[in-house]
Write a new protein. Structure first.
Length: 201
């Protein structure tokens, strides 16, 4: 059985190249006299990406901490919505329900034109049916996406930030913690920018 490789640094598997989308991995190259560890685009190392994204690990970690602090302070997060779940057999067919209400609306109009209902009755019926149609369309368009509680979300990210700042926590634990809030990060070397994309949690 293949053993899982130990996680040497908390950003493992989280940062991608802005040019090709490849994952940044630990490089054999080091920087400066202190021989600081660096990351490089996996595809660049294999000759499949034309742009080097070599960056020292401390610089990238500092950029992450700064980015998280800014997102928390401003309560603004680049959130990637969760992929919609496959339709279950019991899922509500809103289009079918809307069609039923539209037929009711048509019958109400026919009843008014045939002088079965008065104008007031028709208006009352029409308003009620149109309200139901509007509600059904709203539910259909919203789907299963729930509104995010930004205060609770901010609190969760702040907790993760405090956790990864600790010197007593292992890189593996920090990596697992980051995976609970971060979908991915994109490093743009040319613009010296690290974009952080969060989970829809």
């Amino acid at each position: 059985a293949r053993r899982e490789q130990p996680i040497e640094y908390m950003l493992k598997g989280l940062v991608r190249c802005s040019d090709c989308g490849g994952t940044l991995i630990m490089s054999s190259a080091t920087s400066g006299k202190a021989k600081t560890r660096t990351l490089q685009c996996h595809n660049y190392s294999r000759g499949q990406c034309q742009v080097s994204h070599s960056v020292t690990l401390p610089k990238l970690e500092a950029a992450l901490l700064t980015g998280l602090e800014m997102a928390i302070g401003e309560k603004q997060f680049n959130i990637i919505p969760a992929k919609p779940k496959k339709s279950a057999p019991t899922e509500v067919d809103y289009d079918k329900l809307i069609a039923v209400e539209e037929r009711r609306l048509a019958r109400a109009r026919e009843a008014y034109l045939a002088e079965i209902d008065t104008l007031e009755q028709y208006k009352e019926h029409k308003m009620a049916v149109e309200a139901r149609i509007k509600e059904l369309k709203s539910k259909r368009d919203k789907g299963n996406v729930e509104k995010i509680d930004i205060d609770a979300y901010t609190e969760k990210v702040a907790g993760i930030l405090d956790f990864i700042k600790s010197d007593t926590i292992s890189p593996t634990a920090k990596n697992e913690a980051l995976h609970t809030i971060i979908e991915t990060m994109v490093y743009d070397k040319a613009n010296n920018n690290l974009a952080i994309y969060f989970h829809d949690i």
